[in-house]
Ligand binder design. Sequence first.
Ligand SMILES: NC(=O)c1ccc[n+]([C@@H]2O[C@H](COP(=O)([O-])OP(=O)(O)OC[C@H]3O[C@@H](n4cnc5c(N)ncnc54)[C@H](OP(=O)(O)O)[C@@H]3O)[C@@H](O)[C@H]2O)c1
Length: 290
Amino acid sequence: MKIIVTGARGLVGTRFLANYRDKYDIVTLGSSHEQRVDITDREALLTALKEHSDAQALIHLAAYTNVNGAFEQTGDKSGAAWQVNVTGTENIAEACREFGFYLIHVSTAFVFDGQKKTPYVEDDQPHPIEWYGQTKYEAEKIVTTSGAKSVILRIDQPFTHVPSAKVDTLWRVINGLRAGQLYPQFTNHYFGPTYIEDLTRIFDFCLRQQPTGLYHASSGETWSDYDFACSVRDILHLKTDVAPGDLEAYLRTTKRPYQRQTALNIDHLQKIIDFKLRTIREAISQVQLA
Ligand SMILES: NC(=O)c1ccc[n+]([C@@H]2O[C@H](COP(=O)([O-])OP(=O)(O)OC[C@H]3O[C@@H](n4cnc5c(N)ncnc54)[C@H](OP(=O)(O)O)[C@@H]3O)[C@@H](O)[C@H]2O)c1
């Protein structure tokens, strides 16, 4: 099966390629490597994709993911965050409809405001509170109404057990613990970590079964930053102390709004997949420290 992947050099894309390069005939499109295609350039994108119109599916991972950088661009539709996440996704969805590619679009728990006390379900109303979340919510609406056969997978704080060029949630903690410089970890901020290796299995499942609609696709677990860091320390036998931090105190020092709780309920996904997701503890246990 021939498939196209955007953002293949990013945190998630790198692992999909590592795990599935032998199973699929993969064409990668990115702004900074040999297949240079800027997804915000509609004509260039359509021309590039025309050459691969025999592909059956497209996994769209290209995004502007710097949340602080996006916040600086709030309201600026000519900025990179809107251009890549909204205009770029619009171009991708149009191409998928035109060429008949099944589209796997990845979105984020940051479409929610973080006020809910329990994990978010797909029926909860998005209400982004900062620009990155807003651009990703706009992208979801575009995909949904594009006419392309598509699935939207929402994730939260993806990480994996091997170090990547982009330091993820797990390695930020490991590196901080090993250097004895881990900043205080919030006891009152909750998230729903996503083990990227399992996410790539979900992509593989989607490529095989082509479900449509919206699915939450994290681990389904809820963690505080503090408990996560303590578990990383204990599972990996690191000796450093983890200091507790207070999100509310931090929020008084910054203008950027933060979602207090972004864990996702994955019951909807669990009903369709044909394999078992690993627990976060199992995922952390895969790390092999030199
Ligand atoms: N990381 C997170 O914490 C997180 C959380 C929730 C959801 N997500 C979502 O998960 C997906 C994958 O995220 P990620 O963390 O793997 O992203 P990432 O590491 O930041 O990589 C994004 C990739 O997008 C590509 N890209 C950016 N602008 C482009 C453009 N104009 N044209 C073509 N390609 C462009 C880049 O490719 P090149 O290197 O080739 O330029 C980059 O490698 C995204 O949809 C993101 O919104 C991420």
